[in-house]
Design a protein around this ligand. Structure first.
Ligand SMILES: Cc1ncc(COP(=O)(O)O)c(C=O)c1O
Length: 385
């Protein structure tokens, strides 16, 4: 039995308030807040921003993300959002007129919009699969694939329902049909463990500010090297082709460099120290705690909430059975849905932070939450029934 009366270490106490909304924003670990203060001091006295620090910022972030994902660090692409990696794949893919992209109707907008742009620019057709449930099931994907399908893009954990897709089954179908599988892991990575290289995924993108507890404006992508080799270069960023030291040479040679690997796709501003220094510390903290330990803690909180909720007055619409299809996003509604707004307001008044999404209430506990937080929320819900 996991002890969820204690939070995992390293976070603030939130001034007596209860943050149960990590699906919106994760809390920054204290060690990352210290790192951010350090980074600010480099800018207050710019001589502190040494060349070693400047070039060390992307190198250290890449290294820790490589450890998190269990991939070589030089395969990590630094970004600033989940959208960054999705736009990158959409823009760099070798499209031919008439190619098709499959997406899920009702998915998070970042998973649909970049492909719509390609519809305009390259004559690509975006086909929206309308799932019979809340996410695309393997048979629905298989039925939607045609000889023109090139890419299937979906969220791993759906922000608007809390359902996780069957990553392995969907990816296997994509492989069988030669379709590239693009995954947005923003609502999953940090709350569950997985092995990226073993998963049948070609491109993976993730935001940093939710379950990885980083600052806003962070994210990254990973492309399977064979998939990456098929993409067209879409940018020529000087810092990926030269170093800051190169600028000291008498004549700065400017040539397009080939063979940069993943680095060729980095976001501009890779030495973004104010954000990337605390992000590095946050991810290091997650790695140190261990994804499996975090998963067990988070899932125990989810179970506690599901067991304690008064089912006569409320109903849970996200998966309730433990397993890979259940996420850390729990959606529930008063049986009289018209009362949800009132319940949400009552929770907020007590300093208990949930989200109100698509007419339902969403709870998303993470490693800094305890069973006491869950009991506080359940108490309010009991009073509001
Ligand atoms: C599944 C998913 N993807 C992406 C985002 C954020 O997108 P971005 O990082 O591109 O702003 C969110 C939430 O804000 C989300 O729930």
């Amino acid at each position: 039995m996991t002890d969820i009366s204690q939070a995992l270490p390293g976070f603030g106490d939130f001034d007596g308030r209860t943050w149960l909304n990590t699906a919106h924003q994760g809390a920054l670990p204290l060690v990352a807040a210290d790192a951010a203060r350090d980074a600010i001091s480099w800018k207050v006295a710019p001589f502190e921003l040494t060349t070693e620090r400047f070039s060390g910022v992307p190198a250290r972030l890449r290294a820790v993300l490589g450890r998190l994902l269990d991939v070589p660090s030089d395969e990590v692409i630094l970004g600033n959002s989940a959208s960054y990696g999705l736009h990158l794949v959409a823009s760099a893919f070798p499209w031919q007129e008439g190619d098709e992209v499959l997406v899920m109707e009702g998915d998070f907008p970042s998973d649909i919009l970049p492909w719509l742009l390609m519809e305009r620019r390259h004559g690509v057709k975006v086909v929206r699969i309308r799932p019979r449930g809340r996410v695309v099931e393997p048979d629905e994907l298989a039925a939607a694939i045609t000889s023109r399908t090139r890419v299937f893009c979906t969220t791993w954990v759906h922000s608007f329902s809390g359902f996780a897709v069957d990553l392995d089954a969907l990816g296997t179908i994509c492989r069988e049909h030669g379709v590239s599988f693009v995954i947005n892991g923003s609502q999953a990575l940090g709350a569950r463990s997985f092995n990226l290289t073993e998963a049948p995924v070609d491109a993976f993108t993730c935001v940093g500010h939710k379950w990885l507890c980083g600052p806003y404006g962070t994210g990254f992508a990973w492309l399977r090297p064979e998939f990456r080799d098929r993409l067209h270069p879409i940018k020529a960023y000087w810092l990926s082709m030269q170093t800051a030291e190169d600028l000291g040479k008498e004549l700065v040679e400017v040539e397009l460099r080939e063979g940069l690997g993943a680095r060729a796709y980095d976001v501009f501003g890779t030495a973004n120290f104010l954000n990337f220094v605390p992000f590095t510390a946050a991810v290091q903290h997650i790695v140190d705690l261990g994804l499996e330990r975090i998963r067990v803690h988070d899932q125990a909180l989810v179970t506690r909430f599901i067991e304690g909720l008064d089912k006569d007055h409320f109903m849970i619409t996200s998966p309730t059975e433990p397993g890979p299809r259940r996420s850390t996003l729990i959606f529930f509604s008063h049986r009289d849905a018209g009362r949800n707004q009132q319940v949400y307001a009552a929770l907020s008044r007590q300093g208990i932070h949930f989200a109100f999404r698509a007419g339902s209430l969403r709870l998303s506990p993470h490693l800094y939450n305890t069973s006491i937080d869950i009991e506080r929320a359940l108490d309010v819900l009991t009073r509001e029934r």
